[in-house]
Design a protein around this ligand. Structure first.
Ligand SMILES: Cc1cc2nc3c(=O)[nH]c(=O)nc-3n(C[C@H](O)[C@H](O)[C@H](O)COP(=O)(O)OP(=O)(O)OC[C@H]3O[C@@H](n4cnc5c(N)ncnc54)[C@H](O)[C@@H]3O)c2cc1C
Ligand SMILES: NC(=O)c1ccc[n+]([C@@H]2O[C@H](COP(=O)([O-])OP(=O)(O)OC[C@H]3O[C@@H](n4cnc5c(N)ncnc54)[C@H](O)[C@@H]3O)[C@@H](O)[C@H]2O)c1
Length: 468
């Protein structure tokens, strides 16, 4: 006999935020197979950024000499202290506290189990229980891909084979690490481990890092990374073997022909697969697209009645702020659907989705690259402002930072922005705001004060430079 609930939520990442005060009193079930709080909190955005900050400090201390500051003595890194500050002192407590709170709410049942659809709004759990509900939200996220190479096809932290799920909790830093991939995860960890003193070899299948960025940003970041660690482009791992002493030898095929590299640990960071098929959502009448992403409409409704989906399982961005935005949409729509809120269902706004890569320096962008605008035949004007040509850029002695803005030549409305440089993730926000609220470039540039000589003048100058 299945236990019936009013609402089932699968996944406690952004899914956990669906239990709003408005839904209080409904009989709500939450199913979570892993650590409460999901990817961002436990193994994603938050711990990685807490690692990037000390890594930035190391590089800044090395760079200080360029500004006339000599730091006497060696800069040393205490890995266990960094790791325990992040996990033991903060994240693990937030996760445990979040779970305790949910379990304390009388109207919520938390199932620690893996869920699988066996029928419409009908789930079988790995505990042997079955549950059904009037409404279901699929918020089951995505999982890290592995390599189809013997030895690197499964995570084995004790053998030094990691994904982002395990690499941040290593007992000690390896002397040498191979990082396979050239996307967000690989680039952030290459920065972290290289700065913390690990010999990094990064192995990327294509000819540049972060190749979905605007071409000039991808080119510049690739050059900077090449100057910091061993970077193998257009290269693949063909086989891997581990010695009794624990050393991995990876055979590589690439630009330099057949080579190999010896390392003590391997981090596989070659993308993430949405979890829809693992949940057998089709048995619940829920359609997947060709990439395995749950198909949703603008209200985040799936193709099955009474089933919504959000986050990595249901979009290709795989970003936390997108999952959170979609969760707010679903929470509203659940409240309307259950009669707890008056009004109409709302739609998700995916017009200007920004992202940032927290490497060194940071990258931040939204909207199409110039190659994509060209490909689509969209008329645009663009302007690139170098950080080094502004007053604060002089203070930074910056030589690599750029901000490119693209706008509609007729209306001056922003189409996209692409930034590489210190604080790019913060600097881009007024441009996201201008695009989201439909403010033309000229109005944003001249309709307000820009603090002098702040770094924000990079944004002001880029907007002024646009010929709209
Ligand atoms: C290393 C790393 C760094 C990142 N950094 C950033 C960043 O800086 N900024 C950013 O915007 N994004 C970042 N992301 C992406 C971000 O973490 C995700 O987009 C976001 O967490 C997705 O949220 P979600 O709620 O969709 O899924 P999740 O948070 O993954 O939640 C899904 C939950 O569902 C559970 N689950 C899955 N299948 C089942 C099942 N069958 N039964 C029961 N439970 C199940 C999982 O255990 C998980 O807890 C990063 C990701 C990684 C891996
Ligand atoms: N700062 C952030 O917002 C942030 C940080 C980390 C992760 N994320 C999210 O997590 C998702 C997954 O990140 P990711 O970096 O794992 O995936 P990704 O899709 O961004 O990058 C995968 C990379 O691996 C390379 N690759 C694939 N197969 C390979 C192979 N066999 N050998 C060598 N290289 C190979 C690809 O060329 C690509 O560069 C991203 O889509 C991103 O949205 C976001």
């Amino acid at each position: 006999m299945a236990t019936h609930h009013d609402l089932i939520i699968i996944g406690t990442g952004s899914g956990n935020s669906l239990v709003t005060p408005e839904l209080e009193g409904l009989d709500i079930a939450i199913v979570e197979e892993g650590t409460f709080g999901g990817t961002c909190l436990n193994v994603g955005c938050i711990p990685t950024k807490m690692l990037v900050l000390p890594a930035d400090r190391v590089l800044e201390s090395r760079d200080a000499a360029r500004l006339g500051v000599t730091i006497d003595g060696e800069v040393t890194v205490d890995w266990p202290a960094i790791r325990d500050r992040i996990f033991t002192d903060r994240i693990d407590q937030i996760s445990a506290g979040g779970e305790r709170y949910r379990r304390s709410q009388g109207f919520v049942t938390v199932y620690a189990a893996t869920a699988e659809f066996v029928g419409p709004r009908h789930l079988a759990l790995s505990t042997g229980e079955e549950i059904t509900a009037d409404r279901v939200v699929v918020a089951a996220g995505s999982r890290a891909d592995l390599l189809e190479v013997d030895g690197l096809d499964r995570v084995a932290p004790d053998r030094g084979v990691h994904t982002s799920d395990t690499v941040m909790r290593m007992d000690e830093l390896p002397r040498r690490i191979a990082i396979v991939g050239g996307g967000f995860v690989a680039c952030e960890f290459a920065h972290v481990f290289a700065a913390l003193g690990v010999e990094v070899t990064q192995i990327q299948r294509s000819g540049a890092l972060l190749r979905t960025e605007d071409a000039e940003i991808s080119r510049r970041y690739t050059e900077l990374a090449r100057g910091r660690h061993d970077l193998r482009l257009e290269t693949q791992v063909t086989s891997a073997s581990r010695s009794d002493a624990g050393t991995w030898t990876l055979a590589l095929k690439g630009l330099d022909g057949d080579t190999d590299v010896e390392v003590d640990a391997v981090l596989v960071a070659v993308g993430r697969t949405p979890n829809g098929s693992r949940l057998r959502v089709e048995a619940g009448g829920i359609e997947l697209d060709a990439r395995g992403v749950v198909v949703v409409d603008a209200q985040q409704r799936t193709t099955a009645d009474g089933v919504w989906a959000l986050g990595d399982v249901a979009n290709a961005w795989q970003l936390k702020h997108v999952a959170n935005h979609e969760a707010r949409v679903v929470a509203h729509n659940l409240a309307v659907d259950t009669g707890r809120r008056e009004g109409e269902p709302m739609e998700a706004d995916h017009r200007f989705v920004p992202h940032a890569v927290f490497g060194h320096p940071q990258i931040a962008a939204f909207g199409p690259t110039r190659a994509e605008l060209d490909g689509a035949g969209t008329p645009y004007v663009d302007y690139t402002q170098a950080f080094g040509d502004t007053a604060y850029g002089w203070a930074l002695e910056d030589t690599t930072g750029i901000l490119t803005v693209c706008a509609d030549p007729e209306t001056g409305l922003l189409l996209s922005a692409h930034c590489l440089g210190p604080h790019a993730s913060t600097l881009i926000q007024p441009l996201i705001q201008a695009a989201s609220f439909g403010q033309p470039a000229g109005e944003v540039a001249r309709g307000q004060y820009w603090i002098h000589p702040a770094l924000a003048e990079v944004v002001e100058n880029a907007l002024i430079g646009l010929e709209v």
